[in-house]
Ligand binder design. Structure first.
Ligand code: DAO
Ligand code: DAO
Length: 203
């Protein structure tokens, strides 16, 4: 602890560990395009995972592969997203003057799209439960830090600047959010590669 990794385009620092068990696996940038070729930075993110959980759930199956063999292996990232591994995504908002309404619509679109692809029938209800957590009265000034924790039993817990805003138990929702960072269509491809590499070192 006390060591930081900086997201290179925004300069946002990420602690190399959160608490005693979560280790930083990779950092990246979430951009949003408004019209083709024009996009702006929304937040920098760091993806964390509990090293001992990675060992416990993935080691037996994947230890025999080198990190380069695991690179881009869909089964590996699927297992990372579906296993009961304690993980977190830390977001730091870099865009100024973002309203909670705007953020809600951005998140609704991205999380809604991965939830939809799951083909589960209850995805709309789940999306509604997720977005209804972001109440209009929340303030998300530039620099705000949001933690999304995936705790044991696939419980998604959200904190804004250290304040608990809510939690939802859903394996599908947890997976759909993680998929935006380590799944098939991610916000930041080099960040995903970094995450895969670092997770492989904990096997
Ligand atoms: O970047 O589109 C995206 C997905 C973000 C994942 C969900 C973040 C939820 C943050 C909750 C804070 C309330 C505004
Ligand atoms: O800075 O917003 C904040 C609050 C910090 C939340 C970080 C969660 C770290 C969880 C560690 C749990 C260890 C068992």
């Amino acid at each position: 602890n006390g060591i930081y990794v900086y997201e290179r385009r925004t300069g946002v620092p990420f602690p190399s560990a959160l608490g005693p068990s979560l280790k930083l696996c990779g950092v990246g940038l979430r951009q949003k395009s408004l019209i083709p070729f024009i996009s702006f930075d929304v937040y920098a993110f760091g993806v964390y995972a509990a090293d001992l959980d990675i060992k416990k759930y993935l080691s037996e199956k994947y230890r025999k592969f080198s990190a380069s063999k695991l690179q881009g292996k869909k089964e590996f990232t699927d297992d990372l997203m579906e296993s009961d591994i304690f993980m977190a995504v830390r977001l730091q908002i870099v865009r100024r003057d973002l309203s909670i309404r705007f953020l809600r619509s951005v998140f609704e679109e991205s999380v809604g799209s991965t939830l939809h692809k799951s083909g589960e029938s209850d995805y709309k209800e789940l999306l509604q439960r997720f977005t209804s957590q972001f109440k209009d009265e929340y303030k998300i000034p530039h620099g705000s830090v949001i933690h999304l924790l995936r705790e044991k039993g696939h419980v998604l817990r959200m904190l804004i600047n250290g304040q608990e805003v809510g939690s939802i138990q859903s394996k599908l929702l947890c997976k759909s959010i993680l998929a935006l960072y380590v799944g098939e269509e991610v916000f930041d491809e080099p960040a995903k590669e970094e995450i895969e590499n670092n997770v492989a070192t904990y096997l």
